[in-house]
Design a protein around this ligand. Structure first.
Ligand code: ZN
Length: 275
């Protein structure tokens, strides 16, 4: 059984229905103890107001989404992205988030240089390590499903993410965020979760629908798809991970069209029964 006290809600899950001023009180009233806001949501509400809402409603922040997006064709643009990651680290620190999720970025437009883009990711993370360390925020590399390689993340397996961590040294404030949607298919997953050990900084939940009608915005509610979530949770907990279990669903055709109270109620039920 999933530990219901560890349930967190990634606020992308109800992003189309409500902003943070509505979502934070709603989550708190429904007994949820932690949320993960996205930076565009924080910007729309204001950083200080977001912090006030979280404090007033007694919610913790499981993570802030997201930093990353390092590869770019021009050096000046790569620098701008580094600067933007520094702002993201500050925002995460202001909100007391233990972790900034990194979606590392895809190929620069027009480029076919996958290896080069991967080096840009490694260089980008290395550039912001000190900022993260002094802010007390850890950087969580989230490998994405390989279908996003071109446009969202050239880091597509847990093994790759851990290779980057290894390259940065054991003292670097960096780890990995495991999302069942991105990793469930990987035959090497059990071995890599064991390898990750104490470097697991986050655990994201949703389900893989068959058929998937949209590459980005058709994630399923836990229990509606084909991912053996309890098995993956077991592997993660075998590494002594006791952090948040964060529900993160992008669903333009279904869950974003339902009342947020209903979505959260079903998240709570499904987390207890199917995770
Ligand atoms: Zn995720």
């Amino acid at each position: 059984m999933a530990d219901t006290a560890r349930l967190a809600i990634n606020l992308a899950t109800i992003r189309e229905q409500c902003g943070l001023a509505e979502a934070i009180p709603l989550c708190a009233r429904m007994g949820i103890r932690a949320v993960a806001p996205w930076r565009d949501q924080i910007a729309a509400t204001g950083l200080r107001e977001t912090r006030r809402l979280l404090r007033d409603w007694g919610l913790e922040v499981s993570s802030v989404c997201r930093g990353g997006m390092f590869p770019a064709a021009e050096r000046t643009e790569r620098r701008q992205r580094i600067d933007d990651n520094r702002r993201a680290i500050e925002e995460a620190a202001t909100l007391g988030a233990p972790c900034l999720v990194l979606v590392c970025g895809g190929l620069p437009p027009g480029s076919k240089d996958l290896e080069g883009a991967r080096h840009m990711v490694e260089d980008g993370i290395a550039e912001i390590l000190e900022d993260a360390a002094s802010a007390g925020v850890r950087l969580g590399i989230e490998p994405l499903h390989p279908m996003y390689t071109a446009d969202r993340s050239v880091i597509v397996t847990l093994a790759q993410a851990l290779d980057i961590c290894d390259g940065l040294g054991s003292r670097a404030p960096v780890g990995v965020v495991l999302d069942v949607y991105h990793l469930w298919w990987d035959p090497d997953l059990p071995r890599q979760i064991e390898r990750a050990g104490s470097r697991i900084l986050g655990f994201h939940l949703c389900d893989w629908l068959v058929p998937t009608r949209d590459l980005l915005l058709d994630r399923g509610m836990m229990g509606d798809g084909v991912i053996d979530i309890p098995r993956i949770r077991g592997l993660v907990e075998a590494q002594d991970y006791r952090g948040w279990q964060e529900v993160e669903i992008f669903s333009a055709r279904d869950w974003w069209r339902r009342p947020p109270e209903e979505v959260l109620r079903i998240c709570i039920e499904r987390h207890a029964r199917h995770c």
